[in-house]
Design a protein around this ligand. Structure first.
Ligand code: A3P
Ligand code: MG
Length: 462
């Protein structure tokens, strides 16, 4: 068995020394050291080369909770206005078509706000149908709330060879919230893509337009455009699904964009279709690279319960050559024993370990007697470094201010949401998997909602 090695040791990188966590400073050296240890942790990835199988961690079939749309004005509405239907693309479609007219959503920090509006709505529905307080009870049972893209990055981290990923984490009333942390420099880098990369990114969106229609089974016919063109690309517009699932012991609420549905949408995930593009495969090396990429395709779709992935293969110049449909659940079998092989069980096992450790760290920190702050308002930086492992550290005041970004937030959570969910129950609840590791009875001081601004729902159209 490839058991994940974990260690908790003090990190002593120069950047840590240069930026002490001012808020938690204490006088005595020993106390200081202990406190520091509780603020910095590292986790190692499991081995991905082991030929032995890992114990399987069950992943529950996702249940759709609700769907919502972003309009061209980027307003969230609880409608299916942005839902599209799958249609076969025209053979040899030009994926560069319409590039000059692409309305590109500006790069910005991807907050959890939309997902939290959905969570609020699910809670309201529970209150209305089961009785007052049911929504709160429901949320208390949810271990993690995050976007699908973040969960994909966490689960595939043991196999990641290139991209570092930074997350912000908060633990509020028994639930872990995770958002991606994008520095200003990283945002600028994403906004100012080199022209070649920008066009390649567009190919993916253009494929979505060629493969979708506003009506099931009927190719789009838009004046002034070739038959089958689904409409000029506007990346503000998205159709999102929020699902509930369970990874091992952890109930997860995950939201993510769904590209289209086949034939009809029944409220379930069984007709969802994910669209992907990839360079045409010309040799064994290309094939191995594609098989590696299939891990991300698989995980991204599996997490939302998307049963089918349509891959459009293209030339470097963006001409569609072929399309191939993959059944999501069959993908792991396709790669087994191949050069680019991966095992989803290594990912699920790691995911369970990661969530358990993270929650243990955040829960233990809530007991840190040297701190006078409000534990549920703390923000942690979780860094997934390729091949190295994960570091978890508590942000200092400057770090938290940077995350808040001068908006009406507590950490990265909008204040209206934080006020709703924090401090309702002073018991932070047991850690994720084994209750024994963290001593019970760790009281989180209640928040003082009266000192907060009134909830603001501005900009939301629900
Ligand atoms: P491909 O999927 O064909 O790569 P998604 O597939 O997740 O629905 O995203 C649709 C398209 O958005 C992608 O097409 C790609 O063009 C672009 N895209 C998504 N995530 C990206 C990322 N991290 N970097 C660059 N482009 C991305
Ligand atoms: Mg897609």
């Amino acid at each position: 068995m490839a058991s994940p090695k974990t260690s908790k040791r003090r990190m002593s990188s120069p950047s840590d020394e240069a930026r002490p966590a001012k808020r938690l400073e204490v006088d005595a050296d020993a106390q200081n050291d202990a406190s520091r240890q509780s603020r910095h942790h590292t986790l190692s990835y499991p081995s991905v080369n082991s030929s032995q199988s890992v114990p399987s961690v069950p992943f529950q079939q996702p249940t759709g909770l609700l769907t919502f749309s972003y309009t061209p004005q980027r307003v969230l509405e609880f409608t299916d206005s942005a839902l599209r239907y799958y249609i076969d693309p025209p053979p040899g479609a030009d994926l560069r078509y319409g590039y000059e007219r692409w309305i590109k959503r500006p790069e910005e920090r991807t907050r959890l706000d939309g997902l939290l509006r959905a969570v609020e709505r699910v809670m309201q529905k529970a209150d209305a149908s089961v009785g007052p307080g049911s929504g709160e009870k429901w949320l208390k049972d949810i271990a993690v709330v995050t976007w699908r893209g973040i969960m994909t990055k966490i689960l595939t981290a043991p196999y990641e060879e290139r991209d570092r990923c930074e997350l912000n984490a908060m633990y509020v009333n028994g639930t872990l919230y995770l958002e991606e942390h994008l520095s200003d420099a990283r945002l600028k880098e994403k906004e100012d893509l080199p022209p070649k990369q920008r066009v390649q990114t567009y190919y993916g969106y253009s494929f979505e337009s060629w493969c979708t229609s506003s009506r099931p089974g009927v190719p789009e016919r838009l004046e002034g455009h070739p038959v089958g063109w689904g409409g000029d690309v506007d990346t503000n517009v998205q159709w999102c699904s929020v699902i509930k699932t369970k990874l091992g012991d952890n109930r997860l609420v995950i939201g993510g964009e769904v590209d289209c549905v086949r034939e009809r949408f029944s409220g379930r995930t069984d007709t969802f279709v994910e669209l992907k593009t990839s360079m045409s495969i010309r040799n064994a090396g290309d094939e191995a690279r594609f098989e590696k990429k299939l891990l991300k395709f698989y995980m991204q779709s599996f997490l939302l319960g998307v049963p089918e992935i349509v891959v459009g293969f293209r030339t470097p110049a963006g001409r569609l050559t072929t399309t191939q449909t993959f059944k999501t659940v069959q993908i792991p079998r396709l790669v087994r024993g191949k050069p680019g092989a991966w095992d989803p069980q290594i990912c699920f096992n790691w995911g369970q370990q990661f969530l358990f450790k993270l929650k243990s760290i955040l829960t233990a920190a809530a007991e840190d007697s040297s701190s006078a702050d409000e534990p549920s308002a703390r923000v942690w930086r979780v860094t997934l470094s390729p091949r190295e492992g994960v570091s978890v550290s508590l942000l200092d005041e400057d770090g938290v201010r940077d995350v808040e970004g001068g908006e009406g937030r507590v950490g990265f959570l909008p204040r209206w949401y934080y006020d709703k969910v924090a401090g309702q129950d002073p018991d932070p609840g047991p850690p994720l998997a084994a209750e024994a590791e963290v001593p019970p009875g760790t009281g989180m001081p209640p928040t003082t909602p009266s000192s907060h601004q009134p909830p603001s729902h501005q900009g939301w159209n629900i």
